[in-house]
Write a protein that binds this ligand. Structure first.
Ligand code: GLU
Length: 489
């Protein structure tokens, strides 16, 4: 008989996305692996929102993360919206916890206050660059005396709290997929843990939360490997046990570079709005080196989430960067679509690209512009088509060269990527860009109209792109630019 008290700690994993924009396919990928790992072991899957970087915070992003993960069917057991015993699960609600923990490190000498000003840091960085040294904190405040610290505090000098990384030696940790990884301390900077605004950095908040939330396995993307030695040093500074680390390979574009919006749509909102089925997206992500045996279902590449839970095996995870091949995803999606019963296919259309909400919003844009109901399609086909590419006669303004037009279109894309998706925000943003680049309002809007609608006439442009959605509009603009690049060659 097994002794009850000898059973290992129950598995607890988490994903910790930052609400900095649209939910990313990478979040779904890492979410899927965490989900499978937890489900297979009867463990708990936690969703934590890491929103301490106020400069990059986007208010609508958190809800979009919830919606996208739910759409995919990756249900979490604990999180900001469902609660749980280790909450709050939103880091901005835990600042007091981090502050106390930073105090603990100050008290035990593993962290220190740094009063260096931005100018001082910049000057030292320049010196290091000139000497061809890796830029890192020079350590000026590491050895301040108690009296100097008191003096600075009394003078109300702003400070950050830094981690005191040993100057010699190295830190080794085990990556469950790669084996031992060692970082020489020379290459580990005295990381800022608390910023002068009282907010923690990612590193402190992440370690404190993983410990307090009793996370047993940190399964995240490999881009965090270089942060892990800092995290291990922090666990040691607190005297806490170190969780297992699994660094999943990064998704790659076809050319093997890290997946990026320039080469692939990366927003989950895009996939949903463009009519990908969640089953196909999950299946596709499951094929991404994510631990599925090659031969389940007699070597077909199609499997459901339940089958993935059954067959997932960490031994099958390959660390070579899996390629996110959109052509393959489309093929797989087509397979799923063809397998739907006709009524389900219709229901899928009606809940996405032909939903009541979408249709009624579009109807609202054209009612005053048609003489017969039959003309509805003439004015609105670009809302329903996927492949819209205007010809040069349509998109090129009379007085502009192709080159300057494409450059301006790229600028439009860049400003629209950063803007809130509302007419109030879109209009001044585009106009400001036009003024800066000396493009008339007419040229500016006609170009965008051509790219989005494929023509020179359309329902009101900005209202139309609002209804069409940010993710799909940006995708259309990127595809336009890509197609033009292809033609120029
Ligand atoms: N907040 C980090 C992110 O946005 C979490 C990384 C981790 O899992 O430790 O991906």
């Amino acid at each position: 008989m097994t002794e009850l008290n000898s059973s290992p700690a129950p598995i607890r994993v988490r994903i910790a996305p930052s609400p900095t924009g649209d939910p990313h396919v990478g979040t779904a990928y890492i979410g899927l692996v965490n989900y499978l790992y937890a489900r297979q072991r009867g463990g708990q899957f936690v969703l934590r929102i890491e929103d301490t970087d106020r400069a990059r915070f986007v208010g609508t992003s958190e809800q979009m993360i919830f919606d996208a993960l739910r759409w995919l069917g990756l249900a979490w057991d604990e999180g900001p919206d469902v609660g749980g015993p280790y909450g709050p699960y939103r880091q901005s609600e835990r600042t007091e916890i981090y502050r106390k923990h930073a105090e603990m490190l100050l008290a035990n000498g593993t962290a220190y206050r740094c009063f260096c000003t931005a100018e001082e840091l910049e000057a030292s960085r320049k010196q290091q660059m000139a000497a061809k040294l890796p830029p890192r904190y020079a350590g000026t405040c590491r050895a301040l005396s108690a009296a100097q610290i008191e003096e600075n505090l009394a003078a109300q000098k702003p400070f950050v709290i830094r981690m005191k990384v040993p100057t010699e030696g190295s830190t080794t940790f085990t990556d469950e997929l790669r084996g031992e990884i060692t970082f020489d301390h020379f290459n580990v900077d005295d990381q800022v843990l608390m910023k002068s605004d009282g907010f923690p950095t990612y590193h402190l908040a992440n370690v404190v939360d993983d410990y307090l939330m009793q996370i047993t396995d940190v399964i995240r993307a490999e881009e965090w490997i270089s942060s892990t030695p800092k995290h291990v040093l922090l666990y040691q500074a607190f005297g806490w046990p170190i969780p297992r680390f699994w660094h999943m390979p990064l998704l790659r574009n076809l050319d093997k570079s890290k997946i990026s919006k320039r080469k692939n749509p990366v927003s989950l909102v895009y996939y949903r709005q463009a009519g990908f089925l969640p089953e196909a997206v999950l299946n596709f992500l499951g094929l991404m080196g994510g631990g599925m045996p090659a031969d389940i279902n007699n070597a077909t590449e199609k499997f459901t989430l339940a089958e993935m839970v059954e067959h997932f095996d960490v031994k099958n995870i390959r660390t070579a960067g899996p390629v996110f091949d959109l052509t393959k995803l489309k093929w797989l999606n087509g397979e799923y679509i063809r397998a739907l019963a006709p009524a389900d296919f219709y229901a899928a259309l009606r809940s996405t690209v032909l939903s009541d909400t979408y249709l009624s919003e579009i109807a609202g844009l054209v009612q005053t512009r048609v003489e017969t109901l039959g003309q509805f399609g003439d004015l609105t086909h670009f809302f329903f088509a996927d492949n819209i590419l205007p010809v040069q006669e349509v998109f090129l303004p009379k007085k502009r060269t192709l080159e300057e037009t494409l450059a301006f279109a790229a600028e439009q894309l860049a400003v629209l990527e950063a803007v809130d998706w509302s007419t109030e925000a879109l209009e001044p943003t585009l106009k400001k860009l036009g003024e800066e680049k000396q493009w008339s309002v007419k040229e500016n809007f006609m170009l965008l109209r051509a790219i989005v609608t494929g023509g020179t006439m359309s329902p009101p442009l900005l209202e139309s792109v609002i209804v069409f959605g940010k993710a799909r509009t940006l995708d259309r603009m990127r595809r336009f630019l890509e197609a033009q690049k292809g033609q120029k060659k």
